[in-house]
Ligand binder design. Sequence first.
Ligand SMILES: *Cc1c(COP(=O)(O)O)cnc(C)c1O
Length: 615
Amino acid sequence: MVRISNLPGRVAYFSMDMAVDPALLTYSGGLGVLAGDTLRSAADLGVPMVGVTLLYRKGYVHQRLDSFGNQIESYTEWSPEEVLEPLPARVSIPIEGRQVQLRAWQYFVRGQNGHNLPLILLDTNLEGNEPWDRTLTDHLYGGDDRYRLCQEVVLGYGGVVMLRALGFHDVRVYHMNEGHGAFVTLGVLELLTKNETPEAPLEAKLEKVRGRCVFTTHTPVPAGHDRFASDLVRRVLGEERAAILERIGCYEHGQLNMTFLALCLSRYANGVSMCHGDVSRSMFPGRKIGAITNGVHAVTWTSPPFSLLYDRLIPEWRKDNSYLRYAVSIPLRDIRRTHREAKRRLFEQVWRRNWIQLDEEVLTLGFARRATAYKRADLLFSSLERLRSISRRVGPLQVIYAGKAHPRDETGKVMIRRIFEAAAAIGADVQVVYLENYDLTLGQYLCAGVDVWLNTPLKPQEASGTSGMKAALNGVPSLSVKDGWWLEGHVEGVTGWSLADGAESEDSYHMVSCSLYDKLEHVILPLFYREPDKFAEVMRSAIALNGSFFHTQRMLAQYLLNAYSVEPGEPLASPDHPQPLAASGGRLPVEGNGTAASQESKIHEHQVPTSQDER
Ligand SMILES: *Cc1c(COP(=O)(O)O)cnc(C)c1O
């Protein structure tokens, strides 16, 4: 039995992007799916957690594609009233010198044992607010810097204030999922020091904030971190709060860096795969940054056919995902038959959505992710000649694509058009389908129904990636550049196949594409067509080795052990000897037993049931 006896209280989990339900348009992609899967596993395990995000009445962009692959964008207005419960609480927070009122909506993430985990969705569309302020919770990843900064104030600062107003007095851990939520630290600072004089030393106050905050960074490239010009920050937050931020030392070249802010004021920080931990440490030298590799919610991402198979042969898998390890003994014919069913379900969708009938006998590659330059969706088509020749000589293949470009990502849009061009040029030999509006529902069909899941990012830009984990749960091997999670998940020829990463090469694009053609021609196609049992063995190992590990149940247990819990012997922060800022960012002393805070904490002990518990 794992006993998490030192979880100091409730965890408040802040994420700008949150995918909990296909009916809630509050997500765009990977970050949101991870956040939603985290809440789902917390609900399953009964971890005391509350999620916080924004309402986004107009959601994220809806994608349609014309026959040339031009992205046609629209925004779907959805009705929160139909799926969410309005809460009576109102709070107001200062933005640009105005008092902006917030309300909250509640959604319950239901765990497998009936535990309900609350998700709070913040909303500024209230009558007393200025027209512009009322739009602040309309769009996810839309608008300019000012709009975005105001949104981040609502999420982080407003979220802390709202949780208090809603009566969540037992929150002891504030988890910022990516830097968007970093103003949580400001909210916590004011909450914990409201009875102190303004003259009290700032460092001692910050130390209290550090005792409560945990931060996960997701961005392996410096340009990806949120930054705001200092005059904008002063305008939006006011002189007083901006001055505090400036004293914390989270500015760089005159800009507030949200990642710095979160790093400076967290007692634990982590990247989302082992290699992303390394990348993050080199980006922020001197900071202590750990690594907890992402996962996916196994029950959500396992297709109905495989769920039935596991229910029959490994019934423990739902409660304890690590039982998927015993997929090693599933008969290969069951693996093949079940995958065939998932493939048929996907092809039915392709027919219904695009009026294209794909051939079930043909090796099908899948590629679905945000259309953006570094993901290199078009890499498969770098030499149409070679691809055509492989399909003619070795065996036929077909490809299914999906993915939206951010409305302002012009190179992402070019990428989609290039795939359409390639598809038109090679269509006689290789059937290519691009499905519109990649979302949770489509993701479930896709990751389960193709034969090989392709991933060709420019290393080291894939912090983790999670779609390959969804594929693994469904016995779909990956063919991927060794970056992110795949560095940990790949066993060559056993769980899938890896591509040259080309990281040190001048012409990484060419190198990776050559390696891709070589693997298809000499390894994957021959195996698929000539040794179906050997191919099915790879499928089975993908489940047993990767499905059993890369799930959010394991990931959440790691957060409980490494990030949320307080070591029993951990010394208390001494206000007389404040830690210098330069030494912060890592695991710092937090409140332990005997402080007023831990005594008022309602939850001293929390147990995570494990298999032994149940048997
Ligand atoms: C899983 C998922 C993602 C993230 O997948 P990556 O491998 O990280 O690109 C993005 N969008 C949707 C809809 C998903 O289901």
